[in-house]
Design a protein around this ligand. Structure first.
Ligand code: LLP
Length: 429
C-alpha cells in the first residue's frame, strides 16, 4: 500500500506530480509520501493493539529528522543503534522513555549518552558489553536498564539475504538461546545495570510468518524458565524485519497476518511487548527519481545510464535486491501497465539501468523490461524509502541527494542536496 499512483499518464506522489518535483528540485532525488509513512505506522499499531505494544521505529531505515518528528508526534518510539541515531531521535523530539538502543559495538561514550538521555533500555548483545554498561553506568553515578538480545536460532526463510539474516546461531548478534539462562544467572546482581527484558531480531526482511512464530514460542518458553528461576522479565522486544512488496503486490504478508499469528502467543503475558519495524513503515513510502542521461549498447546488451548510482541506492548491488523501475511518464502504449501487477511491456525493450559510478556493479536494475526511454526521461525507482538514502555515500565524490517530503498537494525539501563545497568542507584544516 502506498500513495504513489499513476494518474492521467504520469506518476503522482500523493497529489503532486513527480515530474514537477524533479523539475523544481533537480535529479536525482528521494521523494517520500508522509501519508504512506503514517498509514504503515498506524497499521502496525492497530494490528497489534490487543497487545498494546511500544512501537519503536527503526531509525536506521530512514532517519530524516522531519520524518522522525511526525512519527514522534504520532506517539511512535525509536530503535536507535548509534550515538548519531540517538542524537537524531532526541533532536526530533522523540520520547527517550520509548527509545531502545541496540548494536553489538556501543562505545563508552554512546553508552553514557544513552543513560544520560534516559532511554528505556539497552539491548545487550554480549557478556563483555553487559559488564561494560554496568561499569560505565557506575562511572557516571547512574543506573542503566537493559534487555539481553537472544539469538533464537530460527531460519528466516530462503528469501532473506545472508547479509541481513541475524537470528541464526552463527551470527555476531545476541547471546545463543542455550546460553541465555546462564548469562541471566551470571548477571543477576549487577550494581548499576538492571536486566529486565529480552530482545530478538531475527532478520530483515522476513517474508514468512512462521519464523516469528517459532522465535516467539522459543522466547516465551525461555521467559517462563527465567521467571521460574526468579528473574523478573518485564518486557519482550520482538524486533523488526516485516517484509514489504518490492516486486509484486502479494510478495509480503500484511502486518495483520503477523499480528493474527503472534497475538494469541503473547496476549495476557505479564510483560510488555515492543516491536522495531523500519522497512515496513518506510519502504514503500519513498521513491528515487532519476533521469536518463544516455543510452548505449554493449555487445547484445542495452544500457540506460541514469543520474543515480550505487552510491545513492546500494541495495541492488549489495543484496541483489529488486526495485521496480518505471518511467514517470510512460509512453501511451504502456500507460495501462500497472506497476508491480502487469509487467507486459508493450513495444518496449530489455535493458540494464546503470549509474555513473566507475564500477560494473553500479546498477539499479538488470535485464528489465522497460518501455522505450530516451535521454531526459524521468524514471522512478520504487520501494526505496528504507535503506535507500540511509545507506548512501559520497563514493566517486558525488554529493548526496536531496530528500523531499510530500504531504497532500504540497512538498518540502527536508534535506538539501549536498554541494561540492560540502564534499571538501571538513578537509579545509
Ligand atoms: N531491529 C534491529 C535490531 C535491527 O538490526 C533492524 C535492522 C531492525 C530492527 C529493523 O529492521 P526492518 O524492520 O527495517 O527490516 N540494509 C538492509 C537491512 C539491514 C537491516 C539491519 N537491521 C537492507 O537494505 O535490506
Amino acid at each position: 500500500m502506498d500513495f504513489f499512483k499513476y494518474k492521467n499518464g504520469e506518476l503522482f506522489c500523493e497529489d503532486v506530480p513527480a515530474e514537477k518535483i524533479a523539475r523544481e528540485v533537480g535529479t536525482a532525488c528521494y521523494v517520500y509520501s508522509k501519508a504512506t509513512f503514517l498509514y504503515h505506522y498506524r497499521q502496525i499499531r492497530d494490528a497489534f493493539a490487543p497487545l498494546n505494544p511500544t512501537i519503536c521505529y527503526s531509525v536506521k531505515s530512514c532517519g530524516n529528522l522531519n520524518i522522525l518528528k511526525f512519527l514522534a508526534n504520532e506517539g511512535c518510539g525509536f530503535d536507535v543503534t548509534s550515538g548519531g541515531e540517538l542524537f537524531r531521535a532526541l533532536q526530533a523530539g522523540g520520547d527517550a522513555k520509548k527509545m531502545i538502543y541496540a548494536g553489538v559495538g556501543k562505545t563508552d561514550q554512546e553508552i553514557a549518552d544513552g543513560i544520560n538521555a534516559g532511554i528505556a533500555a539497552f539491548n545487550l548483545e554480549s557478556e563483555e558489553e553487559i559488564e561494560n554498561v554496568d561499569r560505565v553506568a557506575g562511572s557516571i553515578g547512574k543506573k542503566a536498564i537493559g534487555a539481553i538480545r537472544i539469538n533464537p536460532d530460527v531460519d528466516p526463510g530462503a528469501k532473506t539475504h545472508a547479509k541481513t539474516t541475524t537470528g541464526k546461531k552463527e551470527t555476531k548478534f545476541g547471546v545463543d538461546i542455550e546460553r541465555a539462562e546462564r548469562v541471566f544467572e551470571q548477571y543477576r546482581n549487577l550494581k548499576n545495570l538492571r536486566i529486565g527484558g529480552v530482545h530478538i531480531h531475527i532478520g530483515s526482511p522476513i517474508y514468512e510468518v512462521e519464523p516469528y512464530v517459532d522465535a516467539v514460542k522459543k522466547m516465551t518458553a525461555l521467559i517462563d524458565r527465567l521467571t521460574e528461576r526468579g528473574h523478573k522479565i518485564e518486557w519482550f522486544d520482538c524486533g523488526g524485519g516485516f517484509g514489504v512488496n518490492y516486486e509484486k503486490p502479494e510478495q509480503a504478508h500484511p502486518v495483520t497476518d503477523h499480528a493474527r499469528a503472534l497475538i494469541p502467543l503473547l496476549q495476557g503475558k505479564p510483560y510488555r511487548i515492543a516491536f522495531e519495524p523500519g522497512r515496513y513503515i518506510a519502504g514503500n513510502a519513498g521513491v528515487l527519481l532519476t533521469r536518463v542521461l544516455y543510452r548505449k549498447q554493449g555487445g547484445e546488451k542495452k544500457f540506460v545510464i541514469v543520474d543515480a548510482g550505487m552510491n545513492d541506492l546500494i541495495r541492488p548491488t549489495l543484496y541483489e535486491s529488486y526495485h521496480h523501475i518505471w518511467p514517470v511518464k510512460p509512453d501511451e502504449k504502456n500507460l495501462n501497465a500497472d506497476r508491480r501487477r502487469d509487467f507486459q511491456v508493450v513495444a518496449g525493450e530489455t535493458v540494464d539501468i546503470v549509474g555513473p559510478i566507475c564500477e560494473s556493479g553500479d546498477y539499479l536494475g538488470r535485464n528489465r523490461s522497460l518501455p522505450n526511454v530516451k535521454r531526459g526521461d524521468l524514471l522512478a525507482v520504487f520501494t526505496a524509502g528504507a535503506y535507500g538514502f540511509a545507506m548512501a555515500s559520497n563514493y566517486n565524490n558525488r554529493p548526496r541527494l536531496p530528500e523531499v517530503l510530500v504531504d497532500g498537494s504540497a512538498y518540502k525539501i527536508i534535506r538539501k542536496r549536498e554541494t561540492l563545497e560540502d564534499l571538501v568542507a571538513l578537509e579545509r584544516i
